[in-house]
Design a protein around this ligand. Sequence first.
Ligand SMILES: N[C@@H](CCC(=O)N[C@@H](CS)C(=O)NCC(=O)O)C(=O)O
Length: 237
Amino acid sequence: MSNDAKLDDTGHTDLTLIVGSKNYSSWSLRPYLALKATALPFREVVIPLRADDTYRHIRLYSPSGTVPVLIHGAIKVWESLAICEYLAEIAPDANLWPKDAEARAFGRSIANEVHAGFAALRQNMPMDIARDRRHESRAHLVTDQIVRINAIWSEARERFGRRGANGEGPFLLGGFSNADAMFAPIVTRFRTYGVTLDETGQKYCDAILAWPGFKEWEAAALQETAVFQFDVFQKAD
Ligand SMILES: N[C@@H](CCC(=O)N[C@@H](CS)C(=O)NCC(=O)O)C(=O)O
């Protein structure tokens, strides 16, 4: 089966991804990277977050009132991980999940873990691609979560990545997968807040940050001018 998204007679795509401000919308970055990995043509709508009409604007597209949302013809998919899963279905040639069942089960487990978990890390270290905030490092507030993430990455590389379970590559399961799409915003946070990792963890971060799909998102994030203030701090449970 080949990847399934169409261009119409006028060259328009039937896939639209609605995302939030690229510097800040960590949830939006995930399906954007998965979509880039499919190489499917898509249209993009960027909704500035924290503006007066943000909610009204998002509700034009999203039943949940949040971004990201993917619109594929008559089909609407929201929730970042659901979108990544949908893309794996319509673009099987992109190998967003490995064919090997054990590697796929592991990949799905860690993708779900990062989607549902690490709330304290998200709260204390918000994504802010454009800025260097190493001087206000908050890693000490979420040490146990950083240790867990580094352990996930090491296990993934050791058991699946190095043997190319999803094809050759420097990513968690070898070639780029939905697991990488889900962890990418964590990688940018570690850069922004200067988190120290082991060699495997640092190499993995370098691979994500150098990946062309990420570079495109980053370039757009750097063009944005809005600056958000973050003032909520919370110790991890
Ligand atoms: N669990 C959702 C979270 C989505 C989410 O919270 N998105 C934020 C932007 S990153 C949002 O839409 N916030 C609404 C707003 O800012 O008005 C997902 O995985 O997609």
